[in-house]
Design a protein around this ligand. Structure first.
Ligand code: ADP
Length: 311
């Protein structure tokens, strides 16, 4: 198993349920509150670690009690904390999530806080770890200048860069050039390429836009439909596993963490997408983000049950 890095966000999810979502100026008495570890980077690192990867999680926390939420999860799971940074004046990132009890509709405000203040000095400090890695996985939830700097360093050192283009924001062609793999969902693929991904020809056309920008491989996640993969002159539409979904939050994060793990394990992109589909399918059967990431034992049992060897 090769070493890998997840460079990205940590947010504390602060989730409350209420009979209805408040309108501006209104106060609504809620019925339930839960706090948990989140942020796309952190979720993906947890998914990869639980799936068996040797993963360095790089993020930045505040000097506050919210940071302890990250540390508690990392300690419990035995994840290395060598690549955590602290901002003395900016608070740990948070996601305020309000859920309507009746309709399950939600309203979310994200304040990335400390994890959007990653500096060139921080990147310099993790460079020795990065150089040991086969892959680095990025998302778009931290300050983009840090993503650009780490991608540049990785490319210069022969470390393959994977960009999960979530949450959507505009990114430069310079950033995409030389990226080994992009993993948008359908919505992000459309926003980034201008092509609505509905079927094989449209997925192929969207992938072509990324190839023109100098991306080597393209993987578009299609929710319950599975995933489109294209690279090295090959392409495939790999179906998702058929499961009963109860909460699709974090499906993309589980998928990306699983993908990273399988790649680090030496699988090719198409095999890795199969493995990642299993993590996506397992995560949608449980509520929550990090707690719903499956263990390697659960993944192996599931893939064996589905008649697919995971090794
Ligand atoms: P995101 O959460 O980023 O929008 P998707 O909805 O495309 O991402 O889901 C990511 C992956 O999770 C899919 O490619 C698939 O492997 C898995 N997945 C998502 N929804 C389901 C589902 N209902 N059943 C089975 N697998 C699912």
């Amino acid at each position: 198993m090769q070493e890998v890095m997840v460079f990205g966000s940590f947010l504390v999810d602060l989730m409350g349920r209420a009979p209805h979502l408040p309108v501006p100026g209104e106060t609504v008495k809620g019925s339930f509150f839960k706090q948990g570890a989140g942020g796309k980077g952190f979720n993906q690192a947890v998914a990869a670690h639980k799936a068996g990867a040797k993963v360095w999680m790089v993020t930045k926390l505040g000097r506050d009690s919210l940071a302890d939420v990250a540390l508690a999860v990392m300690d419990e799971l035995g994840m290395p904390k060598d690549c955590l940074f602290y901002n003395d004046t900016v608070s740990t990132g948070i996601a305020l999530i309000l859920v309507d009890e009746g309709t399950a509709q939600n309203e979310i405000v994200i304040v990335p806080g400390a994890c959007s203040t990653i500096t060139p000095a921080d990147i310099g400090a993790i460079a020795p770890h990065l150089r040991q890695c086969a892959y680095v996985l990025l998302q778009l939830e931290i300050n983009q200048d840090a993503n650009e700097a780490v991608a540049k360093l990785a490319k210069e050192n022969g470390v393959r860069v994977i960009v999960n283009t979530a949450p959507y924001q505009q990114i430069s062609d310079e950033f995409l050039r030389g990226v080994w793999l992009v993993t948008p969902n359908e919505v992000e693929a459309q926003a980034l390429t201008g092509i609505a991904v509905r079927d094989l020809p449209s997925a192929r056309a969207a992938a072509a836009v990324f190839f023109e920008k100098g991306v080597e491989n393209v993987l578009i996640t299609l929710g319950e439909k599975g995933v489109f993969v294209s690279g090295g002159g090959k392409e495939a539409l790999i179906p998702a596993f058929r499961v009963e979904a109860v909460d699709t939050t974090g499906a993309g994060d589980a998928f990306n963490g699983g993908l990273l793990t399988a790649l680090a394990d030496g699988k090719d992109l198409f095999e890795a997408a199969h493995f990642a589909n299993a993590l996506g399918a397992l995560s949608v059967q449980k509520i929550g983000a990090t707690p719903s990431m499956p263990t390697r034992a659960e993944i192996d049992a599931f893939t064996a049950q589905q008649g697919i060897l995971s090794k």
